[in-house]
Structure formats: C-alpha cells, structure tokens
Design a protein around this ligand. Structure first.
Ligand SMILES: O=C(O)CCC(=O)C(=O)O
Ligand SMILES: [Fe+2]
Length: 337
C-alpha cells in the first residue's frame, strides 16, 4: 500500500518536472507558429532546403514508388513485413513479441495499472538492438527520403502497449505530430488488430483539409488535440460516415503515415489490448527540433546504435549532433501528445 502511494507521489512530481522542462519548447512552438515567423522565416527556409537537396535524392524500386505515391495522395500507405521483405524482419519481430509479453505483464502490476498506454523503456529497447536497427533499413530510409524530398533523420521508436480500457486520452485523441512540416511514422502491429483492438486511424485528405482549417488555422494553439465527438462535430453532414480510415490488420501489418500533415489517433481499444511500434522520421533541419527525440534512448545510447549500423545510414541517427541555429539550445519537450 505504502509503495503505491510513494509511486503515485513520484509520478506526480515527475509530471510537474517534465512540465517545467517543457516550457521553453512550448513557448518556442508558439512563436514559430506566429504567421509572420512561419511565412517570412521558417517556410522560405524549408523551401530552400528542398531546392538544394533535389539533385541528391536516391532512386526507388517500383514497389517503393508505390508507397511514396500513396503517401502523396492519401498521407497513408499500408503494407506488411512479408511484402517489404527486409532481411532483418524475422529477428525484429521476435524481439518485438518478447517485449509485448513484458509490457502486457507490467500492465497488471500496481505501478502501471490504469495507464492508457505503456511505453517500452530504454533498458528494454537496448536489450534488443534489432528493434531500433530495423527502423534504419536502407529501403525504409529511401522511401521516406523520396517522400520528404530531404535527408532523413531517424528519430527512434516508441513501443506502445495499449490495454483494452476504452479511455480516450494521450495518442488516443485526434492530433497531428509537431516535429516537422512533413514527417513519417512507420507503425508495425505486433498482434492482430481488429476494430475493437485499437487500430491506428487516419483522416481522409478532404476531412483533413477541413480540420486543418478549423482546428489549426483558426486556433491560437496550432496543435490542439481533439476528442472524437469534437472532430465529428466540425465536419459537414455528407462526411459524417466517411471521414477516417481504421487500419485494421494482422500482426506484421506495416503502416507508413505522414503524422505531421494528417490528423490521426490510436482508437481506444475496447476488447483487445494492442502492441504496436511506431518509428519516427523527419528531416535533418526539422521545423521544431525541440519536439524530436521522443524515443526513450539517450544521446549516448543513440550513438551506440549508430555504431552498429552501416556507415551510409549512420548520419540519419546522429543528425542531432549537427543541428545548427538557436533551436538546438532549447531543451526537448517531455510532454506526451
Ligand atoms: O497509437 C496509435 O495508434 C497512434 C500513435 C501516434 O499517434 C504516434 O505515434 O504519433
Ligand atoms: Fe501521433
């Protein structure tokens, strides 16, 4: 009993500390989203990066182009581990299943009971380097580079176990990610995911347009999150039944999605818990670098992972060491979605 009280007190104190550390990046986010800063400074800078990098973009295989085209058209492309045929997938998936068992087990312990999302910690991720290394496969980086049209920063992974509690909170609310103008998350399901098992959901391009207008452009907080019923109320009559897609699928389903441009969420699981890994990617001069680095690994742990990788992809992991400008001095935001 005592232990639970101490653990809850510790969690409250920790939350307060995270909030204090995150204040500078929250202020920086607000300033960088002021119309004048965005239009006169940040957007032209982004356009220049795009222009400069165009000649260096790598070529794609036909099946890779298909994923990029889907992303351009819908912000979403769904495939699976078998079709991707990456050499490291078997080892990766086995490790992911082991961690899934650990997180499921933890979700029953007093410390984690009642949490809507359990995250794998650095110790667990470091124990299975194949998890992190899978996300740096050259084929994946090539696809993302062609979508972003910029050098790719691989920002690590978040491993979520989402128990079947139906709570609408955290990444289960509709939101856009804040890291960059465009970014990619690759989600991989570790168990079969049905409509009642918390599928990843993403809005359609036409609904997204309206939501960007109503939730972002007209709002002082550009990245405001919203409950499902709030989003529904913003959309016109004819869209009420077709404004989002639920990515249901078997274990091994792989979802490429632009989580910065498109509103998305993990649907609150009602009947079955869900284990899924989300790998994050943005450009190496991202719009909000202080919102990057959200995976649990420290800089030293990232450097270790980079040392295990082939030289030609190492830069995608160590990109933070070469950040320039004011933004690199702003401590990274610690608050969840
Ligand atoms: O858990 C999910 O399906 C959503 C995850 C998410 O929003 C993210 O990783 O950006
Ligand atoms: Fe997200």
């Amino acid at each position: 009993m005592h232990q639970i009280v101490i653990s809850k007190a510790y969690q409250t104190l920790d939350k307060l500390l995270q909030r204090i550390i995150s204040t500078p990046s929250d202020v920086a986010l607000f300033i960088s989203n002021l119309e004048i800063i965005e239009q006169k400074v940040l957007y032209p800078r982004y356009q220049e990066f795009l222009r400069e990098y165009r000649p260096f973009i790598n070529h794609l295989l036909p099946e890779e182009s298909k994923i990029v085209q889907d992303l351009q058209n819908f912000g979403l492309s769904i495939t699976n581990l078998d079709d991707l045929a990456l050499p490291s997938s078997d080892r990766f998936f086995e490790a992911a299943q082991n961690i899934s068992q650990e997180l499921k087990h933890n979700s029953q312990l007093p410390r984690d009971q009642g949490k809507h999302t359990l995250n794998a910690n650095a110790e667990q991720i470091m124990r299975y380097p194949e998890l992190f290394l899978w996300g740096a496969e050259a084929k994946l980086l090539r696809i993302i580079e062609n979508y972003l049209q910029l050098p790719v920063a691989y920002d690590g992974l978040s491993y979520y176990y989402s128990p079947a509690d139906g709570k609408e909170a955290g990444p289960r609310k509709w939101h856009r990610d804040k890291e960059d103008w465009q970014m990619i998350k690759i989600g991989v399901y570790i168990n079969d995911v049905s409509e009642e098992g918390g599928p990843f959901q993403c809005v359609t391009p036409s609904a997204n347009k309206i939501l960007c207008q109503k939730l972002s452009a007209q709002h002082i907080r550009k990245y405001k999150t919203a409950y499902h019923h709030e989003v529904q109320a913003l959309l016109p009559e004819e869209m009420q039944h077709n404004w989002h897609q639920s990515c249901v699928g078997k274990a091994g389903t792989v979802i490429f999605v632009d989580t910065a441009k498109y509103y998305h969420r993990g649907k609150p699981p009602l009947k079955f818990g869900r284990s899924a890994i989300f790998f994050g990617y943005c450009s190496r001069q991202p719009r909000h670098p202080f919102f990057c680095g959200r995976s649990p690994l420290s800089r030293a742990e990232l450097r270790y992972m980079a040392s295990l990788l082939p030289e030609e992809v190492r830069d995608s992991v160590t990109w933070r060491d070469r950040l320039t400008g004011l933004a690199k001095y702003i401590p990274k935001n610690r608050l969840k979605v």
